[in-house]
Ligand binder design. Structure first.
Ligand code: NDP
Length: 291
């Protein structure tokens, strides 16, 4: 059978990061963009994500700091920190690493980040502007779906008029992904756990995005021959050798025999998420000049 072309997210992320670094030097040498990350508690996965973001930002010439609070920090203490960062004109981007401890209402914390500094794209104002179809270069949108759009661009497949199916409707991935595809003139279907005949829905897709959170959930038989498959899933599973490995929401071995283009896991969507955080920080920095 045919074999899909691999959409190399690692390579594309390096290109995006280099472009951000060049823009930082060329446009913002007087005051480089700054990104401040709030990390509450000691979740090991969050600690790794935050360290990776810090390293990528530093490599691109982006300034900033990580603000660590103990797991027992109260909602008021976290709010106080976010409000202090929000009020500081020298700070362009604020990212609160999720999940927050269970005793904290995340929505309250996230709403304290001014929309123009919301580099994660989670603020209701930014979500609303994306929903409204406002011009994309002017709105901070969530990093993972933005990264998926870049990967789609790498395939060379123009989404205009194409059938796109997004499996998953989370506020962080599925919904904004669908809005970005709609903005790019695709005909978009959002599927979820209540969708009937999911395999048949997916078979319609020229562009299939899987953001489900279930290892190897999308099978090869669900994929239209030649389709672009973007696999957002990042699931840690135990391999046959007893070691742990990362797999996507798509059954890669099956899907890559049918699809035209496919993102691997790891090395696909994951690295693009961080690269897009840097892109968003650059956009937030340009807002500071425009004010
Ligand atoms: P959520 O758990 O928030 O959402 C999962 C979605 O999948 C829901 O909308 C759910 O439907 C749907 N779903 C669950 N089971 C089924 C099913 N059997 N059939 C159809 N749809 C189903 O996850 P996220 O959106 O946050 O993340 C999705 C995946 O992407 C995860 O693997 C996560 O680890 C990964 N991820 C990777 C990132 C990266 O940078 N690579 C960044 C963010 C996430 P319903 O709404 O009906 O419950």
């Amino acid at each position: 059978g045919m074999t899909a072309q691999i959409l190399d997210g690692k390579g594309l992320a390096a290109t995006v990061r280099a472009r951000v670094a060049a823009e930082v030097r060329q446009r913002f040498s007087a005051r480089p963009p700054s990104l401040h990350v709030v990390l509450v508690g000691d979740d090991p996965a969050s600690a790794v994500y935050v360290r990776n973001k810090e390293r990528a930002a530093a490599e691109a010439g982006i300034a900033g700091a990580i603000h660590r609070l103990p797991a027992a920090a109260s909602e008021a203490e976290i709010l106080e920190l976010v409000e202090r960062l929000a009020a500081d004109d020298a700070i362009d981007g604020i990212l609160v690493q999720l999940p927050l401890p269970a005793h904290v209402q995340s929505a309250r914390i996230l709403a304290a980040i001014p929309a123009r500094k919301d580099v994660a794209g989670f603020h209701p104002e930014n979500a609303g502007r994306l929903f409204r179809g406002e011009p994309l270069g002017e709105v901070l949108v969530p990093c993972t779906p933005l990264g998926c759009m870049h990967l789609l661009g790498l395939s060379g497949v123009d989404p205009r008029g194409k059938r796109a199916v997004v499996v998953g409707r989370s506020a962080i991935v599925g919904r904004p992904m669908a809005m970005l595809l709609l903005a790019a003139d695709a005909t978009v279907t959002i599927a979820h756990s209540r969708t009937e005949n999911l395999a048949a829905v997916c078979q319609e897709a020229d562009i299939l995005v899987a953001a489900v959170g279930r290892p190897e959930f999308v099978r090869g038989s669900w994929i239209k021959p030649g389709a672009v498959v973007l696999d957002v899933g990042s699931n840690r599973v135990t391999g046959v050798d007893g070691g742990s490995k990362l797999v996507g929401d798509v059954h890669f071995a099956e899907a890559s025999a049918v699809a035209g283009w496919i993102t691997p896991v790891p090395g696909g969507v994951g690295p693009m998420t961080i690269a897009c955080l840097l892109e968003n920080t650059l956009l937030a920095r340009s807002f500071a000049d425009a004010r």
